[in-house]
Design a protein around this ligand. Structure first.
Ligand code: PLP
Length: 394
């Protein structure tokens, strides 16, 4: 999955363009930058790849989520429905904007279950934030229907799924805004960075202004810009954007390689009676960063995960025990530990995170093992890996 595997001359060239001018910033210095607008170019290409009307880069995927939510009017005291299987950044961003994460069940897509969503909607629910986990998609058409029916904002966390589509539409384009991450381990990396797409001009204006202290970006003199509202600094550096620009251009090729590699593993594992596969609502739109399998029960899944590790088959997370990706091990969330008082500490009747019951999600996650698909594996390395994996099931 990671873009760091293919860092090369293209990335260096883009960065050198920036270093030659010394204009390391996305805004201003028009004359000194010698025609280099790496952030703007990246945004243009992100629109092209996703088909979105507008896009904006910012400093991280976490920042992207915060900016997207605030720009859609989500704020203090609002409830935002999130999945219990995600990277913690999803719910940190909800807490950071003063809103309240409400956890709903996932289904066999490893993403939010649209059929259970309404059980978690209250009069305070303002948004649903599905996460397209591990390179593949939620049943996003059904989730959108539930959101529309209940008049709730849909914002997609597509941080792990850039380049993914559902029936031809880019993941990230189903709701009011979609977010991507370009951190160290994502398919496209900027080192650090994030991106937001939207089709609504009004929301786009909120996004670029909020992420830059509320500057309206009108005219050519930064000093004369107005501030219609308070914002924050979530700007990306031109250097990071330069790396990402070269990476983004490699995305189609990366996905092609991942799909080919993933298929080899999947074909081999199809032969094993006790293995079933994650439900992928549109296989064509999978970015193939992971192959996720289900075993019959927790005991067998733990057994297989242990044996894979022992056999030296690296990169096979058993998420149920993972500290970063499943609610069970998020002690900081469960205890709402923070350095200083958060808005949620002041709200009565927020969910008791020590006591979240999600039996359907637990049942799925207990039986799930994922296998990361790398870009640089040779065919013989893949064959060797497959042999080891098959051996584990014997
Ligand atoms: C990586 C990730 C984020 C956060 O992105 P950063 O760029 O690391 O801040 C958010 N959500 C998900 C699902 C992620 O995987």
């Amino acid at each position: 999955m990671p873009g760091f595997e293919i860092f090369g001359e293209e990335e260096k060239k883009e960065v050198l363009d920036v270093l030659e001018t010394g204009v390391l910033f996305r805004y201003g210095f028009d004359n000194a930058r010698n025609g280099h607008w790496k952030t703007k170019s990246f945004e243009k290409e992100l629109c092209y790849i996703t088909g979105a009307g507008f896009s904006h880069l910012c400093s991280s995927g976490t920042a992207a989520l915060c900016v997207a939510m605030v720009s859609c009017g989500i704020g203090a005291g609002d409830e935002v429905i999130v999945p219990p299987f995600t990277f913690v950044a999803t719910l940190e961003s909800v807490l950071n904007i003063g809103a309240i994460p409400v956890f709903a069940e996932i289904d066999d897509t490893l993403c939010l279950d649209p059929e259970k969503l309404e059980d978690f909607i209250t009069e305070k629910t303002k948004a649903v934030l599905p996460v397209h986990m591990c390179g593949s998609m939620a049943k996003i058409d059904r989730i959108k229907e539930v959101c529309d029916k209940n008049n709730i904002v849909l914002i997609e966390d597509a941080c792990q799924s850039i380049g993914g589509t559902f029936h031809g539409t880019a993941l990230g384009r189903f709701g009011k805004a979609g977010c991507y991450s370009f951190d160290a381990v994502k398919t496209v990396t900027c080192g650090e960075g994030g991106g937001i797409i939207t089709d609504e001009k009004k929301i786009y204006d909120n996004i670029h202004m909020y992420a830059d202290h509320g500057h309206d970006h009108i005219g050519n003199d930064r000093g004369l810009e107005n501030h219609p509202f308070l914002g924050m600094n979530y700007r990306i550096s031109e250097l990071n954007a330069a790396v990402g620009l070269a990476q983004l251009r490699k995305l189609p090729e990366m996905i092609k390689i991942q799909k080919r590699n993933k298929k080899m593993f999947k074909d081999a594992l199809k032969e094993i009676y006790e293995v079933s596969f994650r439900n992928i609502p549109d296989e064509d739109g999978d970015t193939a960063t992971f192959l996720s399998i289900f075993l019959h029960d927790e005991k067998r899944a733990r057994d297989i995960a242990g044996k894979l590790a022992k056999a030296g088959v690296t990169g096979c997370p058993y998420w149920y025990d993972n500290k970063w990706h499943y609610i069970k091990k998020w002690d900081h969330l469960i205890n709402l530990s923070a350095l200083a008082k958060l808005p949620i500490h002041k709200y009565e009747n927020h969910p008791d995170y020590r006591n979240i019951k999600l039996p359907q999600s637990d049942n799925i996650m207990k039986r799930t093992i994922s296998m990361q698909i790398m870009l640089n594996w040779t065919e013989s390395e893949i064959e060797e890996r497959i042999d080891k994996i098959i051996g584990v099931f014997k």
